[in-house]
Design a protein around this ligand. Structure first.
Ligand code: PHE
Length: 369
Protein backbone atom coordinates (compact mmCIF):
# COMPACT_ATOMS: atom_id res chain seq x y z
CA UNK A 1 0.00 0.00 0.00
CA UNK A 2 1.45 3.38 -0.90
CA UNK A 3 1.94 5.75 1.97
CA UNK A 4 -0.91 8.11 2.87
CA UNK A 5 -0.77 10.88 5.43
CA UNK A 6 -2.70 9.77 8.51
CA UNK A 7 -4.92 12.12 10.46
CA UNK A 8 -3.62 12.44 14.00
CA UNK A 9 -5.66 12.18 17.15
CA UNK A 10 -2.69 12.20 19.51
CA UNK A 11 -0.42 15.24 19.10
CA UNK A 12 2.01 14.32 21.88
CA UNK A 13 5.71 14.39 21.08
CA UNK A 14 6.16 10.58 20.94
CA UNK A 15 3.08 10.20 18.72
CA UNK A 16 4.33 12.92 16.36
CA UNK A 17 7.75 11.33 16.26
CA UNK A 18 6.34 7.93 15.42
CA UNK A 19 4.27 9.41 12.61
CA UNK A 20 7.30 11.28 11.31
CA UNK A 21 9.47 8.15 11.33
CA UNK A 22 6.87 6.19 9.36
CA UNK A 23 6.74 8.97 6.87
CA UNK A 24 10.55 9.03 6.50
CA UNK A 25 10.79 5.27 5.99
CA UNK A 26 8.05 5.44 3.37
CA UNK A 27 9.88 8.18 1.55
CA UNK A 28 13.21 6.33 1.75
CA UNK A 29 11.62 3.16 0.39
CA UNK A 30 10.00 5.03 -2.49
CA UNK A 31 13.19 6.85 -3.41
CA UNK A 32 14.96 3.49 -3.77
CA UNK A 33 12.31 2.43 -6.30
CA UNK A 34 13.12 5.31 -8.63
CA UNK A 35 14.59 3.93 -11.89
CA UNK A 36 13.82 6.26 -14.75
CA UNK A 37 13.56 10.00 -15.18
CA UNK A 38 9.78 9.60 -15.30
CA UNK A 39 9.88 7.76 -11.93
CA UNK A 40 11.93 10.58 -10.53
CA UNK A 41 9.45 13.19 -11.67
CA UNK A 42 6.41 11.42 -10.24
CA UNK A 43 8.30 10.70 -6.97
CA UNK A 44 9.12 14.41 -6.65
CA UNK A 45 5.59 15.49 -7.48
CA UNK A 46 4.06 13.03 -5.05
CA UNK A 47 6.13 14.36 -2.16
CA UNK A 48 6.77 17.98 -3.00
CA UNK A 49 3.93 19.26 -5.23
CA UNK A 50 2.68 22.51 -3.77
CA UNK A 51 -1.05 21.73 -3.94
CA UNK A 52 -1.48 18.04 -3.16
CA UNK A 53 2.03 16.85 -2.33
CA UNK A 54 2.57 14.82 0.85
CA UNK A 55 4.48 17.64 2.53
CA UNK A 56 1.54 19.99 1.99
CA UNK A 57 -0.85 17.40 3.38
CA UNK A 58 1.36 16.96 6.44
CA UNK A 59 1.34 20.70 6.92
CA UNK A 60 -2.47 20.72 6.81
CA UNK A 61 -3.18 17.62 8.87
CA UNK A 62 -0.42 17.67 11.47
CA UNK A 63 0.11 21.36 11.93
CA UNK A 64 -2.92 23.38 10.93
CA UNK A 65 -5.34 20.84 12.46
CA UNK A 66 -3.31 20.55 15.70
CA UNK A 67 -5.01 21.84 18.87
CA UNK A 68 -3.61 25.11 20.09
CA UNK A 69 -1.56 23.68 22.95
CA UNK A 70 0.13 21.15 20.65
CA UNK A 71 1.00 23.65 17.88
CA UNK A 72 4.46 24.43 19.13
CA UNK A 73 5.62 20.83 19.36
CA UNK A 74 3.92 19.99 16.08
CA UNK A 75 5.65 22.92 14.41
CA UNK A 76 9.09 21.71 15.52
CA UNK A 77 8.43 18.13 14.39
CA UNK A 78 6.89 19.10 11.08
CA UNK A 79 9.74 21.46 10.21
CA UNK A 80 12.35 18.81 10.94
CA UNK A 81 10.38 16.31 8.90
CA UNK A 82 10.06 18.68 5.95
CA UNK A 83 13.81 19.25 5.93
CA UNK A 84 14.50 15.51 5.98
CA UNK A 85 12.00 14.71 3.21
CA UNK A 86 13.32 17.54 1.07
CA UNK A 87 16.82 16.09 1.50
CA UNK A 88 15.66 12.63 0.50
CA UNK A 89 13.84 13.92 -2.56
CA UNK A 90 16.77 16.01 -3.67
CA UNK A 91 19.20 13.13 -3.25
CA UNK A 92 17.05 10.78 -5.33
CA UNK A 93 18.33 10.20 -8.83
CA UNK A 94 17.36 8.12 -11.80
CA UNK A 95 20.25 5.68 -11.66
CA UNK A 96 18.20 3.11 -9.85
CA UNK A 97 19.96 1.61 -6.89
CA UNK A 98 22.14 3.84 -4.69
CA UNK A 99 25.30 4.95 -6.49
CA UNK A 100 27.91 2.80 -4.76
CA UNK A 101 26.19 -0.48 -5.66
CA UNK A 102 26.84 0.20 -9.34
CA UNK A 103 30.16 1.98 -9.24
CA UNK A 104 33.51 0.81 -8.16
CA UNK A 105 36.94 2.31 -8.30
CA UNK A 106 39.57 0.55 -10.41
CA UNK A 107 42.81 1.90 -9.03
CA UNK A 108 44.83 -0.04 -11.60
CA UNK A 109 43.57 2.19 -14.45
CA UNK A 110 46.20 4.71 -15.63
CA UNK A 111 45.37 8.37 -15.06
CA UNK A 112 44.50 10.83 -17.80
CA UNK A 113 47.69 11.74 -19.61
CA UNK A 114 48.09 15.37 -20.56
CA UNK A 115 50.08 15.74 -23.78
CA UNK A 116 53.21 17.84 -23.42
CA UNK A 117 52.83 21.00 -25.50
CA UNK A 118 55.30 22.20 -28.09
CA UNK A 119 56.82 25.66 -28.28
CA UNK A 120 54.93 27.81 -30.77
CA UNK A 121 57.06 28.23 -33.92
CA UNK A 122 56.86 32.04 -33.68
CA UNK A 123 57.91 32.03 -30.02
CA UNK A 124 60.67 29.58 -30.84
CA UNK A 125 62.00 31.78 -33.64
CA UNK A 126 61.73 34.83 -31.40
CA UNK A 127 63.68 33.11 -28.62
CA UNK A 128 66.39 32.07 -31.07
CA UNK A 129 66.83 35.62 -32.31
CA UNK A 130 66.87 37.01 -28.77
CA UNK A 131 69.50 34.48 -27.75
CA UNK A 132 71.79 35.40 -30.66
CA UNK A 133 71.78 39.00 -29.41
CA UNK A 134 72.00 37.81 -25.81
CA UNK A 135 75.40 36.34 -26.66
CA UNK A 136 76.48 39.76 -27.95
CA UNK A 137 75.64 41.28 -24.56
CA UNK A 138 72.16 42.59 -25.34
CA UNK A 139 69.52 42.46 -22.62
CA UNK A 140 65.77 42.10 -23.14
CA UNK A 141 63.23 44.89 -22.67
CA UNK A 142 59.47 44.88 -23.10
CA UNK A 143 56.74 47.49 -23.35
CA UNK A 144 52.95 47.80 -23.51
CA UNK A 145 50.96 46.63 -26.53
CA UNK A 146 48.40 49.40 -25.96
CA UNK A 147 50.58 52.45 -26.49
CA UNK A 148 50.15 56.21 -26.62
CA UNK A 149 50.48 58.29 -29.76
CA UNK A 150 53.49 59.97 -28.14
CA UNK A 151 55.61 56.82 -27.88
CA UNK A 152 54.40 55.11 -31.04
CA UNK A 153 54.80 58.18 -33.26
CA UNK A 154 55.67 61.58 -31.86
CA UNK A 155 58.84 60.73 -29.93
CA UNK A 156 59.96 58.63 -32.88
CA UNK A 157 60.03 61.75 -35.00
CA UNK A 158 56.69 61.23 -36.75
CA UNK A 159 55.26 64.77 -36.36
CA UNK A 160 51.44 65.01 -36.04
CA UNK A 161 49.83 64.79 -39.49
CA UNK A 162 53.11 63.69 -41.10
CA UNK A 163 52.40 61.42 -44.08
CA UNK A 164 54.87 58.81 -42.76
CA UNK A 165 52.14 57.85 -40.27
CA UNK A 166 50.07 56.58 -43.17
CA UNK A 167 52.56 53.78 -43.80
CA UNK A 168 51.47 52.18 -40.53
CA UNK A 169 47.78 51.34 -40.73
CA UNK A 170 47.06 52.11 -37.14
CA UNK A 171 44.28 50.70 -34.98
CA UNK A 172 43.20 53.41 -32.55
CA UNK A 173 41.22 52.81 -29.38
CA UNK A 174 37.74 54.30 -29.86
CA UNK A 175 36.17 57.20 -27.99
CA UNK A 176 39.22 59.40 -27.34
CA UNK A 177 38.16 62.57 -29.17
CA UNK A 178 38.49 64.63 -26.00
CA UNK A 179 41.95 63.21 -25.08
CA UNK A 180 44.96 65.35 -26.08
CA UNK A 181 46.47 63.94 -29.31
CA UNK A 182 49.76 62.73 -27.79
CA UNK A 183 47.97 60.76 -25.02
CA UNK A 184 45.56 58.96 -27.33
CA UNK A 185 45.79 55.20 -27.08
CA UNK A 186 46.42 52.87 -29.98
CA UNK A 187 47.67 49.35 -30.57
CA UNK A 188 51.38 49.81 -31.17
CA UNK A 189 52.25 49.37 -34.83
CA UNK A 190 55.86 48.46 -34.11
CA UNK A 191 58.14 47.70 -31.15
CA UNK A 192 60.07 50.94 -31.71
CA UNK A 193 58.20 52.86 -28.93
CA UNK A 194 60.12 50.71 -26.46
CA UNK A 195 63.32 52.39 -27.71
CA UNK A 196 62.09 55.63 -26.15
CA UNK A 197 60.68 53.96 -23.05
CA UNK A 198 64.03 52.26 -22.44
CA UNK A 199 66.08 55.41 -22.97
CA UNK A 200 63.81 57.26 -20.52
CA UNK A 201 64.68 54.67 -17.88
CA UNK A 202 68.29 53.71 -18.64
CA UNK A 203 71.18 56.04 -19.20
CA UNK A 204 73.60 55.18 -22.03
CA UNK A 205 75.23 52.89 -22.93
CA UNK A 206 72.30 50.59 -23.81
CA UNK A 207 72.15 47.40 -25.79
CA UNK A 208 68.67 45.87 -25.84
CA UNK A 209 66.40 43.68 -27.88
CA UNK A 210 62.64 44.05 -27.59
CA UNK A 211 60.40 41.18 -28.66
CA UNK A 212 56.62 41.66 -28.73
CA UNK A 213 53.24 41.77 -30.37
CA UNK A 214 52.27 44.57 -32.73
CA UNK A 215 49.06 45.35 -34.64
CA UNK A 216 48.21 46.91 -37.96
CA UNK A 217 44.93 47.32 -39.76
CA UNK A 218 45.80 44.79 -42.47
CA UNK A 219 43.13 42.35 -43.62
CA UNK A 220 44.33 38.79 -42.93
CA UNK A 221 45.67 36.80 -45.89
CA UNK A 222 48.47 34.30 -46.48
CA UNK A 223 51.19 36.86 -45.73
CA UNK A 224 49.38 39.45 -43.55
CA UNK A 225 47.86 39.35 -40.11
CA UNK A 226 46.45 42.27 -38.11
CA UNK A 227 48.53 40.93 -35.20
CA UNK A 228 52.13 39.92 -35.66
CA UNK A 229 55.46 39.94 -33.85
CA UNK A 230 58.59 42.02 -34.07
CA UNK A 231 61.99 42.13 -32.47
CA UNK A 232 63.50 45.54 -32.08
CA UNK A 233 67.16 46.21 -31.37
CA UNK A 234 68.81 49.33 -30.00
CA UNK A 235 72.45 50.07 -29.24
CA UNK A 236 73.55 53.49 -28.00
CA UNK A 237 76.99 54.53 -26.83
CA UNK A 238 79.62 57.09 -27.66
CA UNK A 239 80.89 56.77 -31.24
CA UNK A 240 78.72 53.95 -32.57
CA UNK A 241 78.93 53.90 -36.35
CA UNK A 242 77.09 52.45 -39.33
CA UNK A 243 79.99 49.96 -39.49
CA UNK A 244 78.94 48.63 -36.08
CA UNK A 245 75.37 48.23 -37.35
CA UNK A 246 76.55 46.31 -40.43
CA UNK A 247 78.93 44.09 -38.50
CA UNK A 248 76.39 43.28 -35.79
CA UNK A 249 73.59 42.42 -38.20
CA UNK A 250 75.87 40.45 -40.52
CA UNK A 251 77.00 38.37 -37.55
CA UNK A 252 73.42 37.88 -36.32
CA UNK A 253 72.18 36.72 -39.75
CA UNK A 254 74.99 34.19 -40.04
CA UNK A 255 74.22 32.91 -36.55
CA UNK A 256 70.52 32.59 -37.43
CA UNK A 257 70.57 31.30 -40.98
CA UNK A 258 73.96 29.68 -41.35
CA UNK A 259 77.48 30.96 -41.92
CA UNK A 260 77.17 30.90 -45.71
CA UNK A 261 74.50 33.64 -45.94
CA UNK A 262 75.60 37.00 -47.19
CA UNK A 263 74.03 40.33 -46.25
CA UNK A 264 73.27 43.37 -48.29
CA UNK A 265 71.96 46.83 -47.27
CA UNK A 266 69.70 48.99 -49.43
CA UNK A 267 68.84 52.60 -48.62
CA UNK A 268 65.41 53.14 -47.14
CA UNK A 269 63.49 55.61 -45.00
CA UNK A 270 62.21 55.59 -41.41
CA UNK A 271 61.48 58.84 -39.57
CA UNK A 272 63.44 57.69 -36.50
CA UNK A 273 66.66 56.58 -38.21
CA UNK A 274 69.02 58.49 -40.47
CA UNK A 275 70.44 57.07 -42.62
CA UNK A 276 68.03 54.13 -42.90
CA UNK A 277 68.37 50.84 -44.67
CA UNK A 278 66.69 47.53 -45.40
CA UNK A 279 68.73 44.45 -44.78
CA UNK A 280 68.61 41.59 -47.24
CA UNK A 281 70.12 38.15 -46.82
CA UNK A 282 70.88 35.65 -49.55
CA UNK A 283 67.85 33.39 -49.86
CA UNK A 284 68.39 30.46 -47.53
CA UNK A 285 65.95 28.38 -49.55
CA UNK A 286 67.75 28.53 -52.92
CA UNK A 287 71.13 29.70 -51.61
CA UNK A 288 70.89 32.94 -53.59
CA UNK A 289 70.44 31.33 -57.01
CA UNK A 290 66.79 32.36 -57.43
CA UNK A 291 66.06 28.86 -58.72
CA UNK A 292 65.53 25.45 -57.18
CA UNK A 293 66.66 23.03 -59.84
CA UNK A 294 64.65 24.12 -62.87
CA UNK A 295 61.87 25.67 -60.73
CA UNK A 296 61.73 29.35 -59.81
CA UNK A 297 62.36 29.99 -56.09
CA UNK A 298 59.17 31.46 -54.69
CA UNK A 299 60.21 32.77 -51.24
CA UNK A 300 62.74 35.20 -52.78
CA UNK A 301 60.66 35.82 -55.90
CA UNK A 302 63.61 34.50 -57.95
CA UNK A 303 65.80 37.41 -56.83
CA UNK A 304 68.09 35.35 -54.60
CA UNK A 305 67.61 37.92 -51.82
CA UNK A 306 65.16 38.12 -48.93
CA UNK A 307 64.37 41.30 -47.04
CA UNK A 308 64.61 40.64 -43.32
CA UNK A 309 64.52 43.94 -41.48
CA UNK A 310 64.58 47.71 -41.35
CA UNK A 311 67.42 49.50 -39.63
CA UNK A 312 69.47 52.67 -39.39
CA UNK A 313 71.34 55.11 -37.18
CA UNK A 314 69.16 56.63 -34.46
CA UNK A 315 67.99 60.03 -35.71
CA UNK A 316 69.33 62.92 -33.54
CA UNK A 317 65.73 64.19 -33.33
CA UNK A 318 64.84 61.03 -31.39
CA UNK A 319 67.65 61.62 -28.89
CA UNK A 320 66.25 65.14 -28.33
CA UNK A 321 63.21 63.57 -26.63
CA UNK A 322 65.41 61.80 -24.04
CA UNK A 323 68.25 64.31 -23.98
CA UNK A 324 67.84 64.93 -20.24
CA UNK A 325 68.66 61.32 -19.44
CA UNK A 326 72.15 61.47 -20.93
CA UNK A 327 71.30 61.19 -24.63
CA UNK A 328 72.80 64.41 -25.93
CA UNK A 329 72.87 63.86 -29.71
CA UNK A 330 76.24 65.63 -29.84
CA UNK A 331 77.74 63.06 -27.48
CA UNK A 332 76.04 59.74 -28.21
CA UNK A 333 75.13 57.82 -31.31
CA UNK A 334 73.44 54.52 -31.91
CA UNK A 335 71.73 52.17 -34.27
CA UNK A 336 68.33 50.47 -34.25
CA UNK A 337 66.73 47.68 -36.20
CA UNK A 338 63.37 45.95 -36.29
CA UNK A 339 62.38 42.65 -37.83
CA UNK A 340 59.17 40.71 -38.37
CA UNK A 341 59.43 37.43 -36.51
CA UNK A 342 56.43 35.73 -38.10
CA UNK A 343 57.79 36.25 -41.60
CA UNK A 344 61.13 34.77 -40.59
CA UNK A 345 59.34 31.80 -38.99
CA UNK A 346 57.34 31.27 -42.22
CA UNK A 347 60.55 31.19 -44.25
CA UNK A 348 62.43 29.08 -41.76
CA UNK A 349 59.77 26.37 -41.52
CA UNK A 350 58.57 26.59 -45.13
CA UNK A 351 55.01 27.46 -44.03
CA UNK A 352 53.02 29.13 -46.80
CA UNK A 353 50.21 30.76 -44.80
CA UNK A 354 50.76 33.02 -41.78
CA UNK A 355 47.17 32.39 -40.63
CA UNK A 356 48.17 28.85 -39.64
CA UNK A 357 50.27 30.33 -36.84
CA UNK A 358 47.26 31.91 -35.17
CA UNK A 359 44.39 29.49 -35.76
CA UNK A 360 45.40 27.16 -32.94
CA UNK A 361 44.97 23.91 -34.87
CA UNK A 362 46.82 21.25 -32.90
CA UNK A 363 47.43 19.17 -36.03
CA UNK A 364 49.53 22.04 -37.43
CA UNK A 365 51.44 22.68 -34.21
CA UNK A 366 52.20 18.98 -33.62
CA UNK A 367 54.67 19.20 -36.49
CA UNK A 368 56.89 21.48 -34.42
CA UNK A 369 56.86 19.25 -31.32
N1 PHE B 1 59.78 50.01 -36.73
C1 PHE B 1 60.07 49.76 -38.12
C2 PHE B 1 58.90 49.03 -38.73
O1 PHE B 1 58.06 48.53 -38.05
C3 PHE B 1 61.33 48.94 -38.26
C4 PHE B 1 62.58 49.65 -37.81
C5 PHE B 1 62.99 49.53 -36.50
C6 PHE B 1 63.31 50.41 -38.70
C7 PHE B 1 64.14 50.18 -36.08
C8 PHE B 1 64.46 51.07 -38.27
C9 PHE B 1 64.88 50.95 -36.99
O2 PHE B 1 58.78 48.93 -39.91
Amino acid sequence: MPYTVPKLTDYSAPALEKAANECISACTAESAQVRTDADLKSFRDRWMARKQGILTQINDRWLKDAPKEAKREAGIQVNALKARITELVEAAHASGAPALDNECLDISLPGVRRPIGAEHPVVKTSNEIVSVFGKLGYSVAEGPVVETDYYNFEALNFPPDHPARDTQDTLFIAGQQSTPARDRLLLRTHTSPVQIRTMEKMRPPVRIVIPGKVHRNDPPDASHSPMFHQIEGLAVDTSITFGDLKGTLDHAMKALFGSSVRTHFRPSFFPFTEPSAELYVTCFICGGKGKRGYDPCRPCKQSGWIEVLGCGMVDPNVFEFVKDNGYDPKKVSGFAFGMGVDRLALLKYGVDDIQLFFQGDVRFFEQFG
